[in-house]
Design a protein around this ligand. Structure first.
Ligand code: HXC
Length: 257
């Protein structure tokens, strides 16, 4: 499928989504949101795909929601049109998603990265929630996911000042999984995505859902969810294969069922 604002391609068991609005530093307009959601949903529905990578350019992962598109809107239009609503469909993708971030990940760009499961950052990456400088606040989950990612005080300082943090600070703060030299970013993302995609799909889906539950529920509810999801995997062929392979000291040959 061809898209206007992104490039989408399959390499092995990995689906790649490259944001491609270089003239606007990959600002997230409505078309880009629709394209990303369509590509991610198609990869999610494809049993041949075990991981998805989302990346931008060397200069920008994404510099935020498209300010020029939003500027003239009223409160009513933002709410009625559910302007950022489709991003919930991206966050609901069952397949593990890796954000490979170089350059700016600001506003909606930082929020998009936080909808992913793994964030790999180039040493050139800069994260921030600068919406306060525009007279607004984060609107795609930034106040909620950033608090969960880095804790209240770091998140509050970032959201209230709108300042950017570099890759090293983002890693210290727990916002990124790992920092790599910029020249290695895509290769590292590919390696990580392939390593994930080689696992059994039912266990990947269950792991992602259980990790999500950790952010969304009480400890007791999360533990109940984990117990059910863990037990359910014992009816998969891949659980039998994985454990037999361990006993027989060989590599598992998963069938994703
Ligand atoms: C629309 C954008 C954009 C954005 C950059 N551009 N960010 N267009 N929306 N978020 C456009 C610029 O207008 C410019 O196009 C081109 O991309 C290159 O950007 P420059 O500013 O010339 O580049 P540079 O001087 O290198 O500065 C880079 C930058 C700056 C520091 C990232 O562009 C910047 O501050 N961008 C806005 C960041 C931001 O505020 N993000 C939060 C958005 S609100 P032209 O054609 O003019 O040359 C948000 C909210 C989510 O995300 C939900 C809340 C409601």
């Amino acid at each position: 499928t061809e898209y206007d604002t992104i490039l989408a391609e399959t390499r092995g068991r990995v689906g790649w989504i490259t944001l491609n609005r270089p003239e606007a530093l990959n600002a997230l307009n409505t078309q880009l949101m629709r394209d990303v959601v369509a590509a991610a949903s198609a990869f999610d529905a494809d049993p041949e795909i075990g991981a998805i990578v989302v990346t931008g350019s060397e200069r920008a992962f994404a510099a935020g929601a498209d300010i020029k598109e939003m500027e003239g809107k009223s409160a009513q239009e933002m709410l009625d049109g559910d302007h950022f609503g489709d991003w919930a469909l991206f966050a609901a993708v069952r397949t593990p998603v890796i954000a490979a971030v170089a350059g700016y990940a600001l506003g909606g760009g930082c929020e998009l990265a936080m909808m992913c499961d793994v964030i790999l950052a180039a040493d050139t990456a800069r994260f921030g929630q600068p919406e306060i400088n525009l007279g607004v606040i984060p609107g795609m989950g930034g106040t909620q996911r950033l608090v969960r990612a880095v804790g209240y005080y770091k998140a509050a300082e970032l959201v209230l000042t709108g300042r950017m943090m570099d890759a090293a600070e983002a890693e210290r703060s727990g916002l990124v999984s790992r920092v790599v030299p910029a020249g290695d970013l895509l290769a590292e993302a590919e390696k990580t995505a392939e390593a994930i995609a080689a696992k059994s799909l039912p266990s990947l889906f269950a792991a992602k859902a259980a990790l999500d539950a950790a952010l969304e529920s009480s400890l007791a509810d999360g533990l109940r969810f984990e117990k059910q999801a863990f037990a359910a995997l014992f009816d998969t062929a891949d659980q039998k294969e994985g454990m037999a392979a361990f006993r027989e000291k060989r590599a598992a040959a998963f069938e994703n069922r």
